[in-house]
Design a protein around this ligand. Sequence first.
Ligand code: FAD
Length: 328
Amino acid sequence: MPKIAIIGAGFSGLTFANLLVGKADVTVFEKSRGGGGRLCTRRAEPYFFDHGAPFFTAKTQPFKGYLRHMIEAGVLRSWDAHFVQIDGQTSLRKSDSSAGSALYVGVPGMSAIAKYLAVNMDVKTNTKIVKIERQKTWRLWDENGAVYGEYDWVVSTAPAPQTAELFPQQFAEYGAFSFVNTLGCLGLLLGFPSRLDLDFDIAQITNADLALAVVNSQKPERHGGTSLVVHSSEKFARDNLETNSDIILQHLLAEVERILVCDAEVAEHRVLHRWKYAGAPKQVNGRALIDPRICLGACGDWCFGGSVQDAFTSAHSLATAMHPFLRT
Ligand SMILES: Cc1cc2nc3c(=O)[nH]c(=O)nc-3n(C[C@H](O)[C@H](O)[C@H](O)COP(=O)(O)OP(=O)(O)OC[C@H]3O[C@@H](n4cnc5c(N)ncnc54)[C@H](O)[C@@H]3O)c2cc1C
């Protein structure tokens, strides 16, 4: 079987690895301590925060089909959350009992999804790939100088700017990297000593520096103290990605108090998380990127948009495009 090195153990990388079971011998390289990428859960006992994607939806049939086995395995649950929409300028609220389409969450945290997808996979964590080189086959270097090889194919699922740094310019699709406009997000993780008196599980906020507030501890099968995850607007993140953490934290806390009408100052756990790459705008002509001439491929949510479903679609498209080349 052909040997394939996959860079990144996020949803795209692990999905791609799963789609190749029985067709290729796969090794996944992940720079972090664990897999999951932006589908992650931070523990700060007694608090738990899904500080990346708080939930996701499934609209296409192939993605719904793919999720079925995770639902049956008890790794994924739908969340019947109570929604409100809040105008951040006027504080006017429009209550909505649900999101309109099913919201999925990993249980007991979003990171459970990657743990499930990584079972029986060869995943090398704490391994940041900094260089790839091809003679007849590919070799990869990590930041400590360790070399991994020989691989027939390399597939990167790292965000577009990071993949552009790793890939040679002769990659036939190299030009596609510069068209991806990644979007940032500043996340505020708040842990409260007692229950919060809030009239929602999820608040979508417009006209403000905040975009979303999620009562994380209200999700199914969550244990631990009351935890609130708040996301900044994309514009606020773009303007403040390098601003001092204390200044951002104080500003976002004040906005939480003003817009959500709650006593955020009593939060005993307050942490800011900076996401340089949180998502990407919808790509009109989305596709996975492949160059069979030099046996390189790239996928990731950014190929199609910025959602978990886009991550699936990109991995699925690349696996389909690669199948004819894996037969030899
Ligand atoms: C704050 C926030 C809110 C979000 N909200 C939603 C939402 O409501 N709904 C939704 O559908 N989606 C949402 N998303 C987006 C969703 O999380 C992503 O679309 C999805 O998780 C992307 O998966 P991926 O595998 O393509 O990328 P990633 O999860 O980014 O995975 C890439 C992996 O590659 C690893 N990596 C990178 N470079 C290297 C290297 N050189 N060597 C080794 N490993 C490397 C990274 O550590 C990472 O694990 C949100 C994301 C964030 C951050």
